[in-house]
Design a binder for this molecule. Sequence first.
Ligand code: URA
Length: 239
Amino acid sequence: MVRLDKYLTDMGCGTRREVKKLIHQGRVTVDGQAAQKPERKVEADCQSVCLDGKQIGYEAYEYYMLYKPAGVVSATVDSECETVVDLIRNKKRRDLFPVGRLDKDTEGLLLITNDGALAHRLLSPKKHVDKCYYARVQGTVTDADQKVFRDGVDIGTAEQPEAAMPAVLEIMKGSDISEIRLTIQEGKYHQIKRMFAAVGKEFLYLKRERLGSLRLDNRLKPGEYRALTDEELKELKNL
Ligand code: URA
């Protein structure tokens, strides 16, 4: 059961104060009857709530896979830049957030949801959920780098060492510009850029391809998104 004013606010019909006004103006009905009280409870699954005659369906949770393009910030709101949440144009809920952050210049898979418990599980280093990235790096990435990453490279400073957790580095092309795949299980600030900087390599391009069981849909183009399928969601929740 959800309070009527929360129901309407969650579904983006206005602020709490605005939806209370709509209710008092008699513009909201529940099962065809004008609702009088903002605090009345509604059975979200089976009762019909309408605003000005238009049915407002309720979603407790939403889950979207976004192909984050470069140039957009991983935040819910930003005074200057477009955010990843702004890109989800047909969202119902107003409390969506990105699960983890990708840098402004990083592309790729980002899960956008309002499910805080799932986000926590996916991001906690203790849960060892894989985050897999494709990258292009200036310079030749070598087997020695592979070993350093596997052992847990130090990405801190001379004064404050900071060991990254062991990571799996796959070298697809090791030449002047190397192409690699890197799988990590944590998400420290600028982690991959700092890992490559620690082995003296300049980073050129970064794209996240996978988060646990969830793979970026190759039919999506940068900036596009889609809802997760039931199967994808079930797998993510089982991680
Ligand atoms: N590591 C980085 O350095 N940047 C990202 O956006 C993600 C991981």
